[in-house]
Write a new protein. Structure first.
Lengths: 147, 373
């Protein structure tokens, strides 16, 4: 167990969420593209649930970037995309206060309140569990998900 | 004899008169509760029959007060090569200045009569009591005894006014960790101001009290984890000396479960609560806990790593003290070895083998080196 170093807030946030792995172009080309919405249908800060994949896919617009998440919680199978999106907390041991991080990219499952990072899919409390994420791209003002 | 360490035997003043001898004049004439629990007493008497001496109540002082007798009964007759002594307190007193003085007097008495190598040949280690209601006084007392070769831990009562993870206690735990001392949380003898033994109130009988009271440790443990003490003080080590490790498994499962859901309220907790146990928490077991079916006893002990967290303690001179040979049949051999000896030896940094003429100072490995298994 390591103690908190006071200046590791960025590290804390990063450890919580991780960074998305870069996707090779050939990886995407092996997937099946589905055009699911027009860009204008999903304004920043909103989500559109589309009937794709085995459980439906939530398409989230976070500050103009789209993220696609399976509507299936890896914990017990809840429709996770029905949960609220907000941020999460880390603690600044030096300033002795909570600090809000990852605002707008943390999805909270409606059943057991687990937090997931919408970008990496990782559970913030149990990073080895993650919600399935799909590759997503904008092509000709349309949102395309790669199944 | 070399296979057993008694991680918790209780000692205390022979009489109130003896306590007064150790108090400064400023407090010598004061009053305080006696060392017996006023309401919950075992029907056959609180103490082992042998400690009653020639008759009830007892002759020659309160049980656990005579060093020669403690050497004989705790070490020689029980076959323990070393013992960690826990002096009795008098409960949590409303006058915290008085309680701090009583604890300081108790510690002087313990060091003089038990930790000096003339008693037991250096086979005793001690607990110095500190008053959590007086953080400054507690820290002074920790620093006073820091470096004493016979002192391995500080002791606080299980009966507190607040859960021990609250921030007002943290400087005390930090001072103990800095001194290389563990912190023993133990039911204090006597009855000061304390809460009912259960959140639902008082019980009628001793059986009900004895079954539940030790489990109050979990209120402290969950607070120490969730309020951040264990995450913030890397070297802090707690011992819950009244047992209760049998209920650790289901309760820590619950805590892990809810932490995963509400992590954002305790961001200093970096991993599931159960991940803090191995480095920071031990239990003393002085009686049968968990299933008595030999077919499952060992497996139950292994769940959530309890077999690495548990240390045998006799709880001498209380009636419930058990012989080290009476651990449940179903424990595996390596579990038995850890419980009876190895875990305590490592946790308290005890020497490999005692020698009759060695001073305690000569053979102690620091808890820092030995405190991790």
């Amino acid at each position: 167990m390591t103690a908190h170093s006071p200046r590791d807030l960025a590290g804390s946030a990063l450890r919580l969420a991780g960074e998305p792995a870069p996707v090779a172009a050939e990886e995407r080309s092996r997937r099946e593209p589905r055009t699911v919405a027009a860009v204008a249908d999903i304004p920043p800060g909103s989500m559109l649930l589309v009937p794709e994949g085995p459980f439906g896919i939530g398409i989230y617009n976070i500050d103009g970037t789209f993220h696609a998440v399976a509507n299936y919680c890896p914990h017990e199978g809840a429709p996770v995309c029905l949960g609220r999106v907000h941020g999460s907390n880390v603690y600044d041991e030096e300033a002795k206060q909570f600090v809000r991080v990852l605002e707008g990219r943390v999805l909270r499952c409606p059943w057991h309140q687990w937090e997931f990072d919408l970008v990496t899919g990782k559970s913030l409390a149990k990073p080895e569990r993650r919600v399935k994420i799909y590759q997503v791209a904008v092509v000709d003002e349309k949102v395309v998900v790669y199944l | 004899v070399n296979a057993v360490i008694d991680a918790s035997a209780q000692v205390g003043f022979a009489s109130d008169a003896q306590l007064r001898e150790y108090l400064p004049a400023t407090f010598r004439t004061r009053g305080w509760p006696g060392p017996a629990r006023p309401w919950y007493q075992a029907p056959g008497g609180d103490f082992r029959e042998s400690t009653y001496g020639d008759g009830y109540p007892w002759v020659g002082g309160f049980p656990g007060s005579d060093p020669e007798r403690v050497v004989r009964e705790v070490l020689d007759e029980a076959g323990a090569r070393m013992a960690v002594l826990q002096p009795r307190g008098r409960g949590n007193l409303p006058d915290w200045t008085l309680n701090t003085e009583i604890y300081a007097a108790t510690n002087r008495w313990l060091a003089e009569r038990f930790l000096d190598p003339s008693a037991g040949g250096g086979r005793f280690r001690g607990t110095v009591l500190v008053n959590p209601e007086d953080p400054d006084g507690a820290i002074r007392e920790i620093r006073r005894w820091s470096g004493h070769p016979g002192v391995v831990q500080v002791g606080v009562p299980l009966q507190s006014q607040q859960p021990y993870g609250k921030p007002q206690f943290q400087p005390i735990w930090r001072a103990a960790a800095e001194a290389g001392l563990a912190i023993s949380v133990h039911i204090s003898a006597g009855s000061g101001i304390e809460r009912a033994p259960s959140p639902a109130g008082h019980m009628r009988t001793f059986a009900h009290y004895a079954a539940y009271m030790p489990l109050n440790y979990f209120h402290h443990l969950s607070s120490l984890i969730m309020d951040g003490t264990l995450a913030r003080i890397p070297d802090v080590r707690f011992v819950f000396a009244d047992g209760g490790s049998d209920i650790l498994t289901p309760l820590i499962w619950r805590l892990d479960t809810f932490w995963r859901s509400m992590r954002d309220q305790t961001p200093w907790v970096r991993d599931v609560p159960s991940s803090y146990l191995a480095d920071h928490v031990r239990f003393v077991v002085s009686g049968l806990e968990g299933p008595d079916d030999p077919a499952v006893a060992g497996d139950w002990l292994a769940l959530t790593g309890k077999d690495a967290l548990t240390m045998y303690g006799s709880n001498y001179p209380y009636w419930s003290s058990i012989d080290p040979g009476r651990l449940p049949d179903g424990y595996f051999d390596d579990q038995r070895r850890r419980i009876l000896h190895d875990t305590a030896a490592a946790f308290y940094g005890l020497p490999d083998r005692p020698s009759a003429d060695a001073s305690p100072g000569g053979e102690i490995v620091s808890a820092e080196q030995g405190g991790r298994t």
